[in-house]
Design a protein around this ligand. Structure first.
Ligand code: UP6
Length: 260
């Protein structure tokens, strides 16, 4: 999987969203996912307007938005079409299947109506995947959390392996894994989504750990890299997004060339 191009891997995908995402990356030459962790919908939309051209995926946490509305969702979807990116709601579902199916399809946010893909934990067992699988008729993807970026997290190697195993039966649903290592899974048709990325390796004061683009893409096997504050907190987020895009893409082309 490390040495195959995104175009090749799109052909191997059994999940429709993974296929689309691989193709968008190849077409736009970007493997950058922007995590728009802001609390005002206008600020989020303004930021996406500026950087949407440079990303393949926009990751949201809609439950932090103070003025969430259906208008926000329509504007987000409009930008996704115009600038050609997919939308990931990073909800990290973690409850019993029945509750998750309600959280996914109902409530204030109606996530299943607008998100191309969502994140979820394997902790509760397979019922959570059954619930997400049965909840929508349109093409959807799930990124299952197999590892986390934060220090001291309680995920063990066994948990990670069993998470990957749990996903095997859901080839049409699973878009990829949120994980940190190249050996976590082998299937080249699915995507390694890796958060905890900044241009310099560092930490925040609440346990987040950042690795550089070189480390994440070349050593750790990241396919789509999640950057939040590295771009969101920058003075000029557009310039910063281009810096990240170029650095990450360079690492990817180096990786598939096999010469590193
Ligand atoms: N995220 C992580 N680590 C994980 C899983 N998810 O950081 O293991 C998410 C966070 C945040 C983003 O919820 O939205 O990725 C990282 O943002 P940052 O670049 O500002 O740290």
């Amino acid at each position: 999987r490390m040495f195959l191009s995104y175009e090749k891997r799109a052909e191997l995908s059994t999940n429709a969203i993974a296929k689309q995402l691989f193709n968008i990356m190849a077409a736009k030459k970007t493997n950058l996912c922007l995590s728009v962790d802001l609390t005002s919908s206008t600020k989020i939309l303004d930021l996406i307007e500026k950087v949407g051209n440079h990303v393949c995926l926009i990751k949201t946490h809609v439950d932090i938005i103070e003025d969430f509305s259906s208008g926000f969702v329509s504007s987000l979807q409009h930008l996704a079409k115009k600038l050609n990116f997919l939308i990931l709601e990073d909800r990290k579902y973690a409850d019993i299947g029945h509750t998750v199916s309600l959280q996914y399809t109902r409530g204030l946010y109606n996530v299943s109506d607008w998100a191309d893909c969502v994140t979820c934990h394997s902790l509760p067992g397979e019922g959570i995947l059954k619930a997400l699988n049965g909840a929508s008729n349109t093409d959807k993807g799930v990124f299952l959390l197999a590892e986390m970026s934060s220090e001291g997290n309680l995920i063990t190697q066994q948990y990670t392996q069993e998470t990957v195993k749990m996903a095997e039966k859901y080839a049409e649903l699973i878009c990829g894994f949120v994980c940190q290592n190249k050996d976590t899974f082998k299937n080249p048709g699915i995507i390694q989504l890796t958060p905890g990325v900044q241009l310099e390796s560092s930490k925040d004061n609440l346990g987040q750990v950042y690795n550089t683009p070189e480390k994440v893409v070349l050593e750790n096997g990241g396919d789509v890299m999640v950057v939040g504050r590295g771009i969101v907190a920058a003075k000029n987020s557009e310039i910063q997004a281009v810096l990240y895009k170029d650095a990450l893409w360079k690492c990817y082309t180096k990786r598939i060339s096999g010469k590193f």
